[in-house]
Ligand binder design. Structure first.
Ligand SMILES: CC(=O)SCCNC(=O)CCNC(=O)[C@H](O)C(C)(C)COP(=O)(O)OP(=O)(O)OC[C@H]1O[C@@H](n2cnc3c(N)ncnc32)[C@H](O)[C@@H]1OP(=O)(O)O
Length: 184
């Protein structure tokens, strides 16, 4: 019997109406796709993100404070997770945030960030479903394009997801401060 917490018992970041039913229907029956919930610190949200980068755990109360700060910017951040229905643990995560512009007829751009699939679950099309779900949110929010940065090693994955290579990423890191997490 699945032990996962149903959506209506969770404090979700945004409405499930924005989740593509088509993408949900393509998932394995043991996997659930939904918006991030305020209790997901306990479901291993940071553990999943650790496949992506070094994660410093801020502790539950700071994690929840960040959840609420992000949520208080309306219609801007759309973090989603994949949950293993049998364990109620998070096995995948990603986010799209919406940039509003003065250009392109006051258009918007969706930025995909922080895509991660649990090491033991990679290669099962879960990453593809995360990208499809985030692109759906972006396009349904009116974005004229959806973009992301990635390493060379991940280019083939994003090409499989329908993305094409465009331009270059530039970065300038702020001078290092003691309180800052490592430069990555
Ligand atoms: C914007 C960002 O966040 S970039 C950072 C992305 N995240 C990471 O690098 C963290 C570590 N890696 C991961 O979490 C995962 O491996 C991901 C997210 C990159 C891919 O997720 P997965 O669930 O493993 O990929 P998925 O099974 O959906 O792959 C879809 C297709 O892409 C292919 N693919 C996936 N990764 C790669 C790769 N590195 N090189 C070539 N092809 C790949 C798969 O073979 C599959 O192809 P198919 O349709 O022909 O079978």
């Amino acid at each position: 019997m699945p032990s996962y917490t149903p959506d209506n018992k969770l404090d979700l970041f945004f409405s499930t109406d924005l989740i593509s039913q088509e993408v949900r229907s393509q998932l394995h029956p043991d996997v659930h796709l939904r918006p991030l919930a305020s209790s997901d610190y306990h479901r291993g949200h940071l553990d999943v993100l650790s496949v992506l980068t070094v994660v410093s755990d801020p502790g539950e109360s700071e994690w929840v404070a960040q959840f609420n700060r992000m949520k208080s910017a309306p219609s801007t951040y759309y973090p989603i997770v994949l949950v293993d229905k049998n364990s109620d643990k998070i096995i995948g995560a990603g986010c799209v945030f919406i940039e509003r512009k003065f250009l392109r007829g006051l258009g918007s751009v969706g930025h995909i960030e922080d895509i991660a699939v649990d090491k033991n679950q990679q290669g099962k099309k879960l990453g593809l479903r995360i990208i499809q779900a985030l692109t759906y949110v972006s396009e349904n929010s009116g974005c004229y394009k959806t973009i992301l940065n990635c390493s060379d090693a991940n280019i083939p994955f994003y090409q499989k997801c329908g993305f094409e290579r465009k331009e270059n990423e530039m970065a300038k890191y702020a001078p290092e401060r003691k309180s800052q997490s490592p430069r990555l």
